[in-house]
Design a protein around this ligand. Structure first.
Ligand SMILES: [Zn+2]
Length: 352
């Protein structure tokens, strides 16, 4: 999670504030201090701070339970709708995942349940401002708890559902099932939103994308677990020389149907050239050497790197293949297609 600012450390875990939350707080404080919007006063600003406290409590509870199981927490990122406790790795035991996921929303619900009778009893004796704050703090905890228990990724409820299902089926199947339940819920939410409240449509989109992303990520990590680059790379690499012309490389692409080639000067890898780089080259320039069109800053990998990390590199940098370098020597090439094929084969063997 980028775009966040570290604010403090608890239980040895850095707590970061996401910029969306920071912005929300700053805007509301400014509006309140300068009286920019009628009705938004310091009470509202304090309310946002209480929301912040409720979210911190929620996340710390997740982390506390996780640490109890020996699961390391990388950092906590606070968002207005709940936040994310980034675990170094997912707990393998579904029961542990269930307890970690349910702890956060539960603490908000319990807090609301404990405070509500207190409010009913003492609320009237408070000043109108404090009464308002007290009531909304309870409501916020109720909403935070309930919203996060929705059985859909990326909410805690999605994780609870997955953990529950994983006790009866494989982790992959449980993730896929939980994701499709989440997506169905999102579609229903969007339809309800069309008729009642457009805000629901936004939440529905958020839920739909979250379910989709989570299931893809888990699928990827599980299917690629234990596979290293050397297991699936193409060992015999066709390379081109920097002085080869565009036309020559086009002929090579046509003959071998590989869409990209490392550019090798006999000693060093000096670049990479792809069909994508060459296709816009105008006719009159096709007798020029490819070094004029190649990418020089080549991202590389090594034979012992795990394939899930390579897939991440490919996706983040929007490239299709990485040359494999060992001891300064080009020993292979690995493409997105290679990885997808490996995933497909793994999936086929796992489902049977
Ligand atoms: Zn949570």
């Amino acid at each position: 999670m980028k775009y966040s600012l570290k604010i403090f450390t608890v239980f040895g875990i850095p707590v970061e504030l996401h910029f969306s939350f920071l912005l929300l707080m700053v805007v509301i404080y400014l509006v309140a201090i300068f009286n920019l919007v009628p009705g938004v006063d310091v009470t509202i600003a304090v309310l946002i701070t209480l929301l912040f406290a409720a979210v911190v409590l929620h996340e710390l509870t997740h982390s506390y339970v996780a640490q109890g199981y020996g699961v390391e927490i990388d950092r906590i990122v606070l968002l207005p709708i709940g936040g994310v406790s980034a675990m170094k790795e997912l707990p393998k035991d579904p029961h542990q995942e269930l307890m970690i996921a349910i702890a956060g929303p539960l603490v908000n619900l319990v807090l609301a349940a404990v405070l509500y009778p207190v409010y009913l009893f003492f609320g009237d004796s408070l000043s109108p401002g404090l009464n308002f704050l007290f009531f909304y703090f309870i409501l916020m905890n109720l909403v935070l708890g309930a919203f996060n228990l929705l059985p859909a990724f990326p909410m805690d409820g999605g994780r609870v559902l997955r953990a529950y299902l994983a006790q009866k089926m494989s982790f992959i199947k449980a993730t896929e099932t939980a994701a499709s339940i989440g997506k169905t819920l999102a579609i229903i939410m969007a339809i309800v939103g069309i008729f009642f409240n457009p805000f629901l449509i936004f939440i529905a989109i958020f839920v739909y994308l979250g379910a989709d992303q989570e299931s893809k990520m888990v699928l990827l990590n599980t299917l690629l677990e234990g596979i290293n680059v050397e297991d699936i790379m193409t060992g015999e690499v066709k390379t081109v020389k920097p002085t080869d012309t565009v036309n020559e490389v086009f002929r090579l692409i046509f003959r071998h149907r590989h869409m990209g080639y490392p550019v090798y000067d006999g000693e060093n890898l000096v670049g990479i050239i792809t069909f994508h780089d060459l296709s816009p080259v105008p006719e009159e320039k096709k007798n020029l050497p490819v070094e004029e069109f190649m990418t020089r800053d080549v991202l590389v990998t090594s034979p012992d790197e795990d394939v899930a990390t390579v897939m991440e590199k490919l996706n983040i940098n929007k490239v299709g293949r990485l040359p494999v370098i060992e001891g300064g020597r080009l020993v292979g090439i690995i493409s997105k297609t290679d990885i997808m094929k490996a995933m497909e084969i793994r999936k086929g063997t796992m489902n049977s």
